[in-house]
Design a protein around this ligand. Structure first.
Ligand code: ADP
Ligand SMILES: O=C(COP(=O)(O)O)[C@@H](O)CO
Length: 577
């Protein structure tokens, strides 16, 4: 239970503010996260890590010498936005490029990928690496789909030490990939976490049972079993990881491994030690030499009761990098010499970039009023359904869809209003709204909704009066852009299952001669049907994928919210026709 909070929507920002105030020796706050207080030494690759809030000490607590140069921090259980990541990376840049590192989640992949593209366009060389250590989240044949959990730490550390030793950007990424390929984790949980402001946990486990194969976002495990003793828990964790050796490790005997026994938030250190006692014995029995083991909270999930085991199978290089000293707010080992001189801030992060408002025709400015009304209706419908969207998302996901949509749609409405007040046309109002949505919400839906609004705006332009055909073209463009960006297809149980039939119905009705309002009405009806039909699908993308069976019978959260929004926008079109 999270008891101490103010406005739940401000929780992540306020926690970061307090963290930075408490740890000035190590970190300096910048827009979107924190960087090392002493900066990045000139000519050194900067390793910028990041992810959602709720996982402390990941990610901000891992910034300091011997570990990350900066951390981009998103909302609770939602990836930071591309704008946040870009800002942190520019502040951390020491002149030799930036490696962006994160766990393999849809929102992180989208936003860190977009940030890397924007940084490269800014003249800051940037590469990405997603950690995929959780063996429960996909089979060995699909290792690229696995989530990142406590294995983040050894992989981040290997890359950061390689950067400190002067390796160039590509080689630092190669070291990250090498460490990632040799890192595996597996966990169990006894109760889910409760998000700030929520009155019940994201999942529960019966008292005599445990969830097997936990996630770090309050996702339920992939299975359930009898509650074990501490020794039985250790046996399960060790046996699972010994079955999952990396390709280039033939057998455990004779190997060395970095070991992390990670508490997820409310398992006591003493309990962890009782489990570790057996973990150490079992690894020794298997002939594995443990190197600098860590027992404690390193990647958490609020107050979730759970524990995970991570093994990084070491070779000489990885052992050297794992043993290297580190000095961060939450992770310290060994002794470090005097800090090197930091680079002059090569690419200071702009706090805000005021985009000029391009000239618009009177007709487009009038249309901008309708666009603003549509965004107001959109935000109002999200507000009304925020709890319902969270509940649907919690069935197999992380329960944050309502909060994320609320943050995004509120920011979009405010940005649209400001742009409209400055005389913007329809395209510019939608572009500002889309950027604000992606920036303030982060997460998968933030990136995708930002793209939807921008795509529709591109089709409308700032000069012509929007016709029904242009609106339909814009929606079809948005549908194609979402599929390109997120890689989902119809049938994967995502918002694409609604966006594609919605766009097709709108285009079809307009081509058949319907006016915009009538065509939109038909399309919104098709959207509602398509959203309901996602209840029968098994998810193949996003957070819900590892819990596919559990989601049967419940519609996809993003599909449902999109259908609700299309109906709300129809109300605005009726009023403005
Ligand atoms: N690859 C994808 N393509 C399109 N939509 C996706 C994809 N992955 C997830 N989604 C949509 O995003 C929704 C989840 O949004 P949200 O909960 O806000 O993001 P997150 O999962 O990052 O917390 C899902 O219900 C689904 O509709
Ligand atoms: O949840 C996180 C990011 O993934 P999303 O796909 O945006 O939910 C974050 O907590 C882990 O980085």
């Amino acid at each position: 239970m999270t008891r101490l909070f103010n406005d739940p929507a401000a929780f992540a920002d306020e926690a970061l503010e307090g963290f930075a105030a408490a740890h000035r020796r190590w970190v300096r706050p910048v827009t979107g996260g924190v960087v090392r207080a002493g900066g990045t030494p000139g000519g050194q690759v900067a390793v910028v890590v990041g992810g959602g809030s709720g996982h402390y000490p990941a990610f901000s607590g891992l910034v300091g010498r011997g570990l990350a140069h900066g951390a981009a921090v998103g909302n609770v259980f939602a990836s930071p936005s591309a704008a946040q990541i870009r800002s942190v990376a520019r502040a951390a840049h020491g002149g030799a490029g930036v490696l962006l590192m994160y766990g393999n989640y849809a929102g992180d992949v989208l936003h860190f990928g977009q940030a890397a593209e924007r940084l490269t366009a800014d003249g800051v060389p940037a590469l990405t690496y997603a950690v995929t250590d959780d063996v429960a989240s996909a089979g060995p044949g699909e290792a690229g789909k696995r989530r990142g959990i406590a294995g983040d730490l050894p992989v981040f550390k290997a890359a950061a030490v390689a950067a400190e030793r002067g390796l160039p950007l590509r080689e630092v990424r190669d070291v990250a990939a090498h460490a990632g390929a040799r890192t595996r984790s597996f966990g169990i949980a006894f109760s889910g976490c409760t998000l700030p402001g929520a009155d019940h946990p994201l999942f529960t486990v019966p008292a005599s049972r445990m969830a097997v194969g936990l996630g770090i976002h309050g996702e339920p495990g992939i299975g359930e079993a009898e509650l074990p003793t501490a020794d039985e828990a250790a046996e399960l964790l060790v046996a699972t990881l010994l079955k999952e050796l990396p390709e280039d490790v033939a057998a455990p005997a004779g190997q060395r491994a970095a070991v992390i026994l990670n508490g997820l938030g409310s398992v006591k250190y003493e309990e962890l030690f009782v489990v570790y006692r057996k973990v150490a014995a079992l690894l020794a029995e298997a002939g594995v030499e443990t190197v600098d083991p860590e027992v404690g909270e390193l990647v958490t999930s609020f107050d979730m009761a759970g524990v995970s085991l991570t093994l990084t199978w070491l070779d000489d290089l990885l052992e050297d990098l794992w043993r290297a000293p580190a000095d961060t707010p939450a992770y310290r080992k060994g002794a470090l010499g005097e800090p090197e001189a930091s680079a002059a801030p090569a690419t200071p992060a702009p706090d805000t970039e005021d985009e000029a408002i391009p000239a618009a025709s009177d007709a487009s400015r009038r249309a901008a009023g309708t666009v603003l009304a549509a965004l107001e209706a959109l935000a109002a419908t999200v507000d009304t359904h925020v709890d319902e969207l969270g509940r649907i998302d919690a069935v197999a996901g992380d329960g944050d869809h309502g909060i994320g949509m609320q943050r995004g749609s509120t920011a979009a409405r405010e940005a649209a209003r400001a742009a409209r007040d400055l005389g913007a046309g329809a395209a510019t109002v939608l572009a500002h709204a889309g950027d604000a949505w992606a920036d303030k919400a982060g997460g998968t839906s933030g990136a995708l909704w930002g793209t939807i609004l921008r795509s529709v705006g591109t089709a409308l332009g700032d000069q012509e009066a929007p016709t029904a055909a242009r609106v339909a073209e814009g929606v079809a463009g948005a549908s194609a852009a979402v599929q390109r960006l997120g890689g989902a297809e119809v049938g994967d149980k995502t918002m694409v299952d609604v966006l594609v039939p919605f766009a097709a119905a709108l285009t079809g009705a307009v081509a058949a001669g319907d006016g915009l309002t009538a065509a939109w009405d038909r399309a919104a009806t098709a959207a509602a049907g398509a959203a309901a039909a996602t209840a029968d699908l098994l998810p193949r993308k996003g957070r819900a994928r590892p819990h596919a069976e559990r989601s049967l019978g419940t519609p996809d959260a993003g599909a449902h919210s999109l259908a609700l929004i299309t109906r709300a926008v129809h109300g605005v079109l009726l009023d403005h026709q």
